[in-house]
Design a protein around this ligand. Structure first.
Ligand code: ACO
Length: 389
């Protein structure tokens, strides 16, 4: 089949690269929906596992299906001692996203019986990934602090169990509920960079562990999931409300991006940022205020005048770090926690991609040399651009 080339759009901006029924963004109105359900409704009423089921299987589960799904995920939380030993070999100073990417990929070694046309294989892989990613991440956290990882608790729901494995304390129910809502909010977001990466990898018909590992690697960058860490660093650097204007003016003048602001899809405030802000306030009311929240609110208000006219408003990362910090999650786990949630979306896209697969193979506009003749080293000029001159 001959395909006519279309015009070049850097970053594929505005170019449809797939058809998908999983989620939708109305960037003008600031509305995000999963399978037709608005994110604010899901964050208020649904759980992360129910939302994951919705994303992956297309419908909200009836009570029996939900119970079975929750039970399966609970039963697969433990990881092999070999994975724990592998995590012990990782440098303690390494970034947890790298540990997560490596451990997600390593699952492919343990479950190598790829059978992409077998529904049981698909559901087994979904359950395994959702169940084991939090365990592996919490294990890495304890190991790098010089401790032994603790086993998951079968009696705790998904979000509580993760916080328990991370902090070794059973979390307050409100904190666990808020963390679960954060997972709902981060579970899916149309064809962003990591999801695109997941779909490209899926399109080669490789295993789902490689799909998730490639998406984790993509999410790690500061222009994507990594921005939530940078937001807290930025707020700490600003330090107090009275320094916000000077910081913002400096950033705009020097053309530095203000972290946690801007989104390719939204021209208004990201609806997830609005909900996360409410969750942050609920947490602060219950567990004590965070002064950085005042800095964040002041920054949002000053930026509304200076960046708002360009359609640049807070995105999901702006308030999530403040919530995670209050929940006792270390800063460099913010993006891995994002990955725990987004695994649901990646798996939904994996399944959807398999349902109508065509390998991704875009074209390029070649900007290099026309044909050249090879010369032996002694005949080449010295200004050939090599690093040694
Ligand atoms: N601060 C200041 N100016 C900004 C910001 C920002 N955060 N974001 C965009 N702009 C400006 C750009 O400087 C540019 O201005 P110009 O036209 O005068 O040159 C204009 O807005 C368009 O910016 P682009 O970078 O082309 O917008 P794009 O849609 O490609 O970028 C992105 C989206 C990458 C998220 C960008 O807004 C950004 O880098 N934000 C900061 C990092 C961040 O918060 N990332 C998390 C995104 S959410 C997520 O991935 C989970």
């Amino acid at each position: 089949m001959t395909v006519e080339p279309v015009g070049f759009r850097p970053g594929l901006e505005g170019v449809p690269a797939t058809q998908s029924a999983i989620s939708n963004i109305d960037g003008q109105r600031g509305v995000l929906s999963y399978r037709g359900y608005r994110i604010d409704e899901l964050a208020a009423h649904s759980s992360f596992l129910e939302t994951a089921y919705l994303l992956i299987w297309g419908e909200l589960p009836d009570p029996e299906r939900l119970r079975n799904f929750q039970h399966s995920v609970q039963m697969h939380r433990r990881v092999s001692f070999r994975i724990r030993d592998m995590l012990k070999c990782f440098p303690a100073g390494g970034h947890p996203m790298d540990a997560l990417q490596a451990s997600a990929a390593s699952l492919g070694l343990f479950y190598s019986n790829r059978a992409l046309d077998d529904p049981e294989y698909i559901s087994g892989a979904v359950v395994r990934l959702l169940a084991k990613i939090p365990t592996m991440l919490a294990a890495f956290q304890l190991i790098r602090r010089g401790q032994d990882p603790i086993q998951p608790r079968d009696d705790l729901p998904y979000a509580s169990n993760f916080l328990y494995m991370l902090t070794e304390r059973e979390p307050d129910p409100l904190a666990a509920r808020i963390f679960d809502a954060c997972l709902v909010l981060h579970a899916e977001h149309t064809l962003n960079a990591s999801t695109f990466s997941a779909r490209v990898t899926a399109s080669t018909l490789t295993d789902p562990y490689a799909v998730v590992a490639s998406a984790v690697g993509t999410l790690a960058g500061p222009l994507h999931g990594g921005a939530n860490e940078d937001v807290l660093a930025m707020l700490e650097e600003i330090g107090s409300e009275d320094r916000v204007e000077a910081y913002l003016d400096g950033a705009i003048k020097e053309k530095r991006k203000v972290m946690g602001f801007g989104h390719r899809e939204y021209r208004v405030k990201d609806p997830r940022a609005t909900i996360l802000q409410q969750l942050a306030e609920t947490l602060f009311d219950r567990f004590g205020h965070d002064q950085m929240y005042d800095v964040a609110r002041r920054l949002e208000s000053v930026a509304a005048d200076r960046l708002g006219p360009k359609g640049i408003y807070p995105n999901v990362d702006f308030y999530s770090g403040l919530v995670y910090r209050k929940l006792g999650i270390p800063t460099d786990l913010f993006t891995p926690v994002f990955a725990i949630a987004r695994a649901a979306g990646w798996l939904a896209h994996w399944k959807e991609q398999l349902g109508a697969n065509r390998i991704y193979r875009p074209t390029q506009i070649y900007t290099g040399y026309a044909e050249r003749q090879w010369l032996p080293p002694e005949s080449r000029s010295s200004d050939n651009g090599s690093p040694t001159g």
